[in-house]
Design a protein around this ligand. Structure first.
Ligand SMILES: [Fe+2]
Length: 237
């Protein structure tokens, strides 16, 4: 079965065959350095921070792009040449709770999640990934996008989506993500978030997004730029 069909049927695709042990240990080393720089903090890193690291390495990128191009092709998206949008997300310290349950739709069609450090607490608080797969269709209507975001990304919807009935109806997936695996889903179409971790733990994931659905929208671009700038300011404090 093709990756696209697996995602359509199962809500997500996962593989332990894409990144190597060497890739994972290089990713871990990079995170260890950054954790020394920003200890016990939630932070995100973007493109400029990845220079001369495994994330920027052509071989690593090729492995990821191989599955991305397969999915793009199966979704009749041809000649999409824009670079992937990469975010390294680290959750650590007492503020980690603020980063949990933030259900959202992505602006890009494809989301790839590569777990780098995932805690293994007996309490079960390990930052599991929650996906309500393919809740909405791909569209380029900015107004509809805003309405959908207001409808789904609020406290009431989050509470309702926590009920057993709605979880069943919307095909709720709870993924105990594992370093070494690569997870892929339609981030634009799927409402997703991560659960919390213990305060003394650290969760680090590399997110790779592809196919910006609103690539021509200056509002979306501005919004993205603003959140990147805010993040850069946050870690400088
Ligand atoms: Fe996301």
């Amino acid at each position: 079965m093709s990756i696209t069909n697996i995602i359509r049927e199962n809500g997500y695709y996962s593989s332990n065959n894409i990144i190597s042990d060497e890739d994972l240990s290089q990713l871990r080393n990079f995170i260890d350095l950054k954790l020394k720089e920003f200890p016990n903090k939630n932070f995100r890193l973007y493109e400029d921070s990845f220079k001369n690291t495994v994330i920027d390495d052509k071989k690593f990128e090729d492995k990821i792009n191989k599955i991305i191009s397969e999915v793009l092709r199966d979704n009749n998206i041809n000649d999409y040449k824009k670079p992937n949008y990469k975010v390294l997300r680290v959750v650590s310290g007492v503020q980690q709770k603020k980063q949990a349950y933030l259900y959202h739709f992505d602006a890009h069609l494809i989301t790839i999640l590569i777990p780098i450090i995932i805690p293994n607490n007996k309490s079960g608080k390990n930052g599991d990934l929650v996906i309500f797969p393919n809740l909405r269709k791909v569209h380029k209507n900015l107004i509809l996008n805003i309405i959908q975001k207001i409808f789904f990304q609020n406290f009431i919807s989050r509470t309702l989506l926590n009920t057993k009935l709605l979880r069943k109806i919307f095909n709720y997936k709870l993924l105990k993500i594992k370093p070494g695996n690569v997870y892929m889903f339609f981030g634009f179409r799927s409402l997703h978030a991560n659960l919390e971790i213990e305060t003394f733990s650290t969760r680090a994931t590399l997110l790779i997004h592809c196919y910006d659905v609103f690539e021509n929208s200056s509002i979306v671009k501005m919004n993205r730029k603003q959140s990147i700038n805010k993040e850069i300011k946050n870690i400088k404090v």
